[in-house]
Design a protein around this ligand. Structure first.
Ligand SMILES: Cc1cc2nc3c(=O)[nH]c(=O)nc-3n(C[C@H](O)[C@H](O)[C@H](O)COP(=O)(O)OP(=O)(O)OC[C@H]3O[C@@H](n4cnc5c(N)ncnc54)[C@H](O)[C@@H]3O)c2cc1C
Length: 355
């Protein structure tokens, strides 16, 4: 029998960062992941944009989250011997006069992140009539490289299994969990979109959010910025660009859709002045929820069962900070930020008959 402190289900962004933090705390971990290429972390653009939404307001806790994320990805990259994060700007290429006016209005009260920028050089690459502004600093994180490098480390330490986990295979006691030949003091679910069908946490207020993006070759476009006009054009691997993403809350299947590809092509045909070729089409479900805040901590009825999930479309900024906080909570009992503590849903989680 193998004994570990933490059995972690899922090695996406959340399972990766939480397992690293737990190891740094001196705990032992074992991970299980089914290596799904359509998991959210495998298709995400990796952007941390401090000012989001149509109204361009600062993201929740961004003053703490952004520097913490930068420090974490820098340090993690150094440990793995790769570069995971780079600072960049988002060039907001306005599609309408209203968009430009809104930016200027917001800029007058938020000069930390919103700036004027040079206009003229961008007319070589883009067709636009309403000017360009800059959102900075932003971060661009190579999550796929981070997950792949960490997986190699875990494999070398025999600390990860590639398999599909089934909750029916666990026996839960008050102070430990048994799964096959593994005894763990806790099981922590980092199962992303799988959380909504997880029998321990399916009562949480999950929402369905299908996201699509295209991988595009644009040889003539400079690679040191993100370009945004509704969709974002983001530097990706192998000299390619990631172009996305959609939010579809009423989808009926998880296939890549011809309609999305067509809408992006229509925009690029007008917007881009340099040639492009579509190389790939990515699709995944975001682990989103009604509150847009993470779920972290232990189940109110099963203290050996925990969760780190619910990152929605902002996992890249939120996961480093809360992985650190959750690891300290699990190992030392320090409190969680109440807004992310899953026990805020104690009442609803306690109403279910767990049979
Ligand atoms: C198109 C798109 C673009 C995005 N862009 C950004 C962005 O630019 N910036 C940003 O901050 N966020 C972005 N996101 C959101 C981001 O991807 C998520 O917040 C984050 O990746 C969630 O990580 P996770 O580890 O919780 O989930 P996941 O990445 O889904 O990881 C869960 C892992 O658990 C595994 N798993 C699940 N169930 C089981 C099981 N039963 N057995 C074994 N393994 C299992 C899965 O295969 C997966 O490997 C985007 C998402 C999408 C879809």
């Amino acid at each position: 029998m193998m004994e570990v402190d933490y059995l972690i289900i899922g090695q996406g962004l959340c399972g990766t960062l939480l397992s690293r933090e737990l190891l740094r705390e001196g705990a032992t971990v074992r991970l299980i992941d089914d290596h799904n290429p359509n998991a959210a972390s495998m298709v995400a653009g990796g952007i941390i944009n401090p000012v989001t939404g149509k109204r361009m307001v600062r993201s929740w806790m961004i003053e703490e989250l952004l520097p913490f994320a930068q420090k974490t990805y820098d340090a993690f990259g150094a440990e793995l011997g790769v570069s995971l994060v780079k600072e960049c700007s988002i060039l907001d290429i306005h599609a309408t006069q209203e968009g430009r006016n809104l930016f200027m209005d917001r800029m007058s009260s938020d000069s930390d992140y919103l700036h004027e920028t040079e206009q003229i050089q961008w007319s070589e690459y883009f067709r636009f009539n309403y000017g360009v502004n800059e959102i900075a600093p932003c971060l661009l994180v190579d999550m796929q490289l981070m997950i792949a490098c960490w997986r190699e480390k875990l494999q070398a330490a025999n600390a990860i299994a590639e398999e599909v986990f089934d909750s029916a295979d666990i026996t839960v006691a008050s102070d430990h969990v048994m799964y096959k030949d593994i005894k763990a003091t806790h099981i922590i679910f980092c199962d992303g979109a799988g959380g909504s069908i997880n029998p321990y946490f399916d009562m949480l207020p999950w929402t369905a959010d299908k996201g699509e993006a295209l991988i595009v070759s644009i040889p003539g476009l400079p690679r040191n910025n993100i370009y945004k006009q509704g969709i974002s054009i983001v530097p990706w691997k192998d000299d390619l660009f990631w172009v996305g993403a959609s939010h579809d809350w009423k989808y009926t299947d998880m296939q890549s859709s011809a309609a999305y590809r067509h809408s992006v092509e229509t925009q690029l045909n007008y917007w881009l002045k340099v040639p492009y070729t579509i190389i790939d089409h990515l699709v995944a479900r975001r682990p989103a929820n009604m509150e847009r805040k993470p779920f972290a901590g232990l189940h109110p009825l099963f203290p050996a069962v925990g969760i780190f999930n619910g990152m929605g479309g902002k996992g890249v900024s939120m996961a480093p900070y809360f992985a650190h906080e959750l690891a300290a909570h699990l190992v030392h009992g320090t409190p969680l930020t109440p807004a992310v503590d899953v026990r805020r849903f104690a009442r609803i989680l306690s109403t279910k008959n767990y049979g």
